[in-house]
Design a protein around this ligand. Sequence first.
Ligand SMILES: Cc1ncc(COP(=O)(O)O)c(C=O)c1O
Length: 385
Amino acid sequence: MKPLNSVISACPPSGIRRFFDIAAQRADVISLGVGEPDFVTPWRVREAGIYALEHGATTYTSNAGLPRLRELICAELSSRYQVDYAPDGECVITAGVSEGLDLALRVLLEPGEEVIVPEPCYVAYQPCVSFAGGVPVPVATHAEDGFRLRAQAIEAAVTERTKAVLIGSPANPTGAVQSREDLAALVELARRHDLYLVSDEIYDRLSYTAAHTCLPSLPGARERTVLLGGFSKAHAMTGWRVGYLCAPAPVAELCLRMHQYTMLCAPHVSQLAAVEALSAGGEDVAQMVADYDRRRRVFVKGLREIGLDCPEPGGAFYAFPSIRSSGLDSEAFAERLLHAEGVAVVPGNVFGAPGEGHIRCSYATALPLLEEALERMARFLRKGG
Ligand SMILES: Cc1ncc(COP(=O)(O)O)c(C=O)c1O
């Protein structure tokens, strides 16, 4: 047979899945591995989905998505972050942020153009750049520096082939929240070098230590930014597959053109459920966020008490402690912890080289389980790992 696509063949399978598969085979495992809310979608949203099905919402919607949903998203961005997008022409409803990321990169990139990707980062960023024909250029951020995005470090990686910078704040896997000042410095550098910015803000509502800065709300940013947002995390809607992409009209139009041929539309029922989530789900989100914050504080304190250095995660639902004191590398630590104590975490190296020496623990898990996981981890460390 002729060889299959070389770019996809060269891409290793996700390092996160491997640990899920091992964990799934054991009943006693506490999983801190999944990047997914442990809450089910709030009842009012599920009910809206059921109602939508009962009333026959089983068809395609317009390619860009239901006008009502686009209006609600744009109104929310305007009132929350003072950034204005036209529901018609600058907003596309996507099948999750995942599809939005793919669309954005394919529309922005010519073959061989470079995208700067600060690491550690979400596992899909670099593969999606490669699948779109681009070249990911990793730039390290560091735990000792709170995983801050330093414009200087990013600028040092700019070449004449650089087309864009792809960032996520709050971040997976570090929980880092970038400050307004650091983001403004990034925008300034993007302006100087005429770069696009792709801003994955899927965790915008899960910001605990500072108000979220929406990148395109910064002066000079909107015209060069593709904003990605979604419902999976804050609304506990991972399985519904609904998100959005907002960008200036020329970019959004091309994203819509691709989406029109490759996806047609995001699931109709999910779009109606998302309408309910945005119009009436505020209290549910606030409760879940308060719960994550409570778990965050208990868990991070617990990690530090058992001797693991943990940078303060200001957002998302991940802690990214250092495991260097154990003398193990992150793969060995995660593997041994799983086998010895039945706690599943993700080795930091799957998020890029600067993630080595860390593990990602999701605290989207009930508090008693987090406490039990901490006890097991303490025992594991006492025994020398
Ligand atoms: C940073 C980040 N972006 C995007 C996604 C995927 O989001 P969606 O479910 O909207 O496709 C995830 C999921 O873990 C994520 O952590």
